[in-house]
Design a protein around this ligand. Structure first.
Ligand code: HEM
Length: 445
């Protein structure tokens, strides 16, 4: 058995790549700029002291961890040689702001409107700390801060604190963090018992993927056990979403059904696939059942879960769509920021709230970018014309959504953009040995 076919080296992969985030959780994102190459390399060396692997033979698993990721400009700032730099994914080399058009980051979401320094070449290192509570989070952030604060030439330039809402939902009010792919050799169980585990190379570099290929970088040690991570700060227009529901509901209960048809799940997390007519909160809260479904046999035309709903678009499972859904899977690590809009409020209160969306996967192009551009911002793949994702699509104005119904389908118009991009970056999250290589890029394997 070659190295590439062996099981995942969980003691060299950062926790943040594979470990499910705790629930409830608190999280902090910190962006650092490297002005001095030596200090940057020293930071990589010190990172080995606070970054933990998925499993380690010496330490018990904990629910608190800090991850370190680098943008392409970060690798440049560390002085990574040119032949290494060009061996990374092309989209990563471009950076997220340069990919704005492909991602639908236009109008209000376009990079010139992003929160600075997001989208600028100053974003070099992203530290992410995750913990079950604010106290342990603060301790983890402090450990990381000690590592970079004394280093002249390293500056913290942006920070975002996130926290689970008491309702365990994202700001629109839906339970989040339910569906994740199963991955061969990860020891981390998948959430859908009907999904065959995916090849590890879909999520971690240096292993065989679903197409039989192995992604490597120059030198090989740099990529192995690393992966790509996409961070996006997504502002949610909660009041506008509520107004849309209200304006389009003609009878009691219809608002909730309409919201569920847009998402593919009731706000409780219960999937329409399993309870199409009314919510079942116990099912929504049960991880053993709330993701146990497919679409094709039971609901090929989308009478239960519309083809255009958020979850059926972003993971069509076995539904008949153009393309192969298994090639476009992703691990998601979304965390909420901002306080919730008051219950029942229909006017915006000016508070910035939303999701720090995080994608983890080995294929930026065919996973994140494909899902964002072909599945979220287009509907051709399932026969839905040019209709975008009704909840998170880049709808400039006058968007529409069709809900299959007997005897006639129902078409809703007047959708606007409910999610606005406030910034983000494409990053590389190295394995632990690769961190040591980055501390001294001349080291040979
Ligand atoms: C503010 C923006 C967003 C919100 C509020 C949101 C919310 C949700 C919620 C509530 C779920 C269902 C619960 C779950 O399975 O965890 C979900 C599922 C999912 N979302 Fe999003 N999402 C957002 C943006 C995105 C984006 C930008 C992508 C991809 C580029 C994405 C990809 C997915 C995927 C792959 C699933 C799982 C589908 C499944 O396997 O059934 N989401 N999202």
């Amino acid at each position: 058995m070659s190295d590439a076919e062996a099981g995942l080296e969980l003691d060299d992969i950062q926790s943040g790549v594979l470990r499910p985030r705790p629930a409830p959780y608190a999280a902090t994102y910190i962006v650092l700029r490297i002005d001095d190459r030596k200090a940057g390399r020293e930071l990589m060396r010190r990172a080995r002291e606070f970054v933990t692997p998925v499993t380690s033979p010496t330490s018990a698993l904990t629910d608190t961890w800090v991850s370190v990721a680098l943008s392409y400009q970060g690798l440049v700032a560390l002085g990574v040689p040119q032949d290494s730099l060009t061996s990374f994914a092309w989209e990563f080399q471009q950076g997220m702001a340069a990919r704005a058009k492909a991602l639908g980051d236009t109008g209000e979401s376009s990079p010139e409107n992003w929160e600075k320094p997001l989208g600028t070449p100053d974003v070099h290192v992203v530290l992410v700390a995750v913990s079950p509570d604010a106290e342990r989070l603060a301790a983890a952030v402090e450990r990381a801060r000690k590592a970079y604060q004394g280093l002249t030439g390293i500056t913290a330039i942006w920070r975002q604190d996130c926290h689970a809402l008491p309702t365990e939902t994202e700001p629109f009010g839906f339970r989040d963090g339910i569906s994740q792919p199963a991955i061969e050799g990860s020891m981390i169980p998948g959430t859908n018992p009907r999904e065959k585990p995916l090849a590890p190379g879909e999520f971690v570099l240096g292993y065989r993927d679903e197409l039989g290929g192995i992604q490597k970088t120059e030198p090989e040690v740099l990529a192995r056990n690393g992966t790509y991570v996409v961070f996006r700060k997504l502002h949610q227009q909660v009041a506008a979403f509520r107004r849309f529901l209200k304006a389009n509901a003609t009878q009691p209960g219809e608002e909730e059904l309409l919201a569920a048809k847009m998402m593919g799940r009731w706000r409780s997390g219960a999937p329409l696939a399993l309870c199409p007519h009314q919510d079942d909160p116990a099912l929504g809260a049960d991880p053993g059942r709330n993701n146990d479904f497919l679409y094709q046999e039971d609901d090929p035309s989308g009478f239960k879960t519309p083809g255009g709903s958020h979850i059926r678009r972003t993971n069509p499972r076995d539904a008949a769509v153009a393309g192969v859904p298994r090639l476009h899977r992703m691990i998601r690590r979304g965390t909420v920021y901002g306080t919730p809009l008051a219950a029942g409020a229909l006017e915006d209160d000016g508070v910035d709230r939303g999701l720090m969306f995080a994608f983890v996967g080995a294929h930026l192009g065919r996973q994140f970018e494909f899902v964002q551009s072909e599945w979220i911002n287009d509907g051709i793949f399932f026969g839905g014309g040019d209709a975008k994702d009704p909840l998170v699509g880049a709808i400039e104005s006058g968007g529409s959504m069709t809900i299959p119904r007997r005897p006639v389908r129902r078409r809703y118009t007047g959708l606007s953009r409910f999610v606005v991009t406030r910034g983000g970056e494409y990053c590389f999250m190295p394995g632990l040995r690769a961190l040591s290589w980055l501390a001294d890029p001349r080291t040979k394997e």
